[in-house]
Design a protein around this ligand. Structure first.
Ligand code: CA
Length: 232
């Protein structure tokens, strides 16, 4: 049996703040194709509110916005103690903006116009750095979750999962040895405007269990679900 190791890579919910709806939608599609859940907002006031109240794992933040500007939002989030990684989007000529953005607590920046693949690579990097290490795999006993390839194996046998099923497994594996309530799961699995129904979570868990094999996802009656690491 290979030595189990303990790695934590967050996947999950990304907030996209961009007033150019076309860019926002392109980014949103790419972010979802990369295995994240994406919420989009197009003005500063809504961005400040939703970023301060919903549990995001990272934010892509355009600086020039109607309402409160991006730099002010970022400063406010940081002064309120929100630590999620932030990737700022800036105009080509605005070097001062980039300096101000980094000073205000941005983790990285990208100059417009950008290649969508570069945005996704930088997003993955800030999410990994926020988790404190540079790996893309989570291993829990016989289960392996490759967060870059969005691939899951059990005893090195690939398991075919839908994007939603993958997110469930990745979240439980990332939070191994912790009981996750249905409420927390639906918060992290479904987008802001999406379905938040505990029955849906139950049905989803049942389906994933059949694919992974019994015993990997445990149920704690009245509390929630967990994947426990046999090595800890
Ligand atoms: Ca803008």
């Amino acid at each position: 049996m290979p030595a189990p190791f303990h790695k934590r890579v967050p996947v999950m919910r990304i907030l996209i703040v961009e007033d150019d709806v076309r860019i926002a939608e392109d980014v949103s599609k790419a972010v979802q194709a990369a295995g994240f859940v994406a919420d989009m907002v197009h003005d500063g006031d809504e961005a400040w509110f939703i970023g301060g109240t919903e549990p995001y794992d990272a934010v892509i933040l355009d600086l020039g916005l109607p309402g409160i500007d991006g730099l002010t939002i970022l400063k406010r989030w940081r002064s309120e103690g929100h630590r999620f990684p932030v990737l700022i989007l800036t105009a080509r000529s605005a070097w001062q903006e980039r300096v101000d953005g980094i000073d205000a607590g941005a983790d990285d920046y990208l100059v417009k116009p950008f290649q969508i693949q570069e945005l996704i690579a930088r997003l993955r990097a800030i999410v990994r750095r926020a988790a404190g290490h540079a790996s893309t795999a989570i291993q829990v006993g016989s289960l392996n979750v490759d967060t870059r390839m969005m691939a899951v194996t059990v005893n090195e046998t690939p398991v075919q999962l839908s994007p939603l099923e993958y997110r469930l497994v990745a979240y439980l594996a990332h939070n191994q040895d912790r009981v996750i309530t249905q409420a927390e799961l639906s918060e992290h699995l479904y987008a802001y405007d999406g379905e938040k129904d505990s029955n849906a979570v139950e049905v989803l868990v049942g389906r994933v269990r059949r694919k992974l094999g019994e015993g990997l996802i445990e149920t704690k009656r009245g509390f929630g679900y967990l994947i426990s690491n046999p090595a800890t």
